[in-house]
Design a binder for this molecule. Structure first.
Ligand SMILES: C[S@@+](CC[C@H](N)C(=O)[O-])C[C@H]1O[C@@H](n2cnc3c(N)ncnc32)[C@H](O)[C@@H]1O
Length: 242
């Protein structure tokens, strides 16, 4: 992403944060149902790794509202959160204190962060941020770079919006817009239109087959689906042990 795009996206997420808080409060994107399942996967990963403290990255962490609670169940060596919106990272900083491990928060593009960091991670987590990266060739580059930064045996847990296999972006957006208009009833008038317009402009979900294809090409295992709540799905990718 070039600097103009980064600045523009950062402004958008900063300005829309109140709207996002409403989405979280009403569980419109299924966080309350998804995060216990991801928490179980993280605990299982820790147990399989011999309960050694793991280094975690969260890409597009936002306020870390749910992740800060979820990660409390796993022994952590460190937590690094990356997000474009610096004001939201300040909220995250407070919430993440419960983890009791060294915390690093970086206000930058997640794609750039993964490409440039000199550190390695055991467990990478991302929730509702990757669909902002497009086109799919850029997601492919992202999966490759991430693969090189994750230790053998490490995992990438991806919560995101997904198209159905064979569904076009336009068909996805029509369905998502209909869901917003009929089920996200806290939003009315201009705010409702802003939410719909945000999705139409910034959301580029892939279908699972396509995303698995780019992941496997980058060296990851075929993603296993942990759960699905309509458009909102969770996949776990593993990096094979040496
Ligand atoms: C829909 S919110 C999700 C926040 C949080 N992960 C959650 O599930 O509640 C998307 C977040 O991703 C961040 N984001 C979007 N594109 C990004 C990018 N290219 N690099 C870093 N952060 C990004 C936004 O600033 C925002 O905080």
């Amino acid at each position: 992403m070039n600097q103009d795009n980064i600045d523009q996206m950062s402004r958008i997420f900063k300005a829309s944060w109140d709207i996002y808080e409403t989405i979280l409060a009403h569980d419109y994107m299924a966080h309350k149902r998804i995060f216990p399942i991801v928490e179980r996967a993280c605990v299982d990963f820790s147990v399989q790794s011999g309960n050694h403290p793991v280094s975690v990255w969260e890409l597009g962490c936002g306020s870390a509202h749910y992740s800060s609670q979820m990660l409390r169940s796993s022994p952590l060596a460190s937590y690094t959160g990356i997000d474009l919106a610096p004001n939201v990272l300040e909220v995250a900083r407070e919430k993440l204190k419960v983890l009791g491990c060294p915390i690093t928060l970086l206000a930058m593009d997640l794609f750039d962060a993964v490409q440039t960091t000199g550190q390695e991670a055991d467990l990478v987590f991302s929730s509702y941020a990757l669909h902002h990266i497009h086109p799919v060739a850029r997601k492919a580059e992202f999966f490759k770079s991430l693969f090189n930064k994750v230790r053998p045996g490490g995992i990438f847990v991806l919560v995101d919006l997904f198209r159905d296999d064979g569904q076009s972006r336009e068909e996805f957006l029509a369905g998502y817009e209909q869901m917003i208009r009929t089920q996200w009833t806290s939003f009315q008038g201009a705010v409702l239109e802003e939410v719909v317009s945000h999705c139409r402009t910034h959301d580029f979900p892939e279908d699972p087959t396509e995303l698995n294809r780019v992941a496997v090409r980058a060296g990851w295992s075929n993603g296993s689906e942990l759960c699905r709540f309509g458009f909102h799905r969770v996949f776990l990718f593993s990096k094979p042990r040496l």
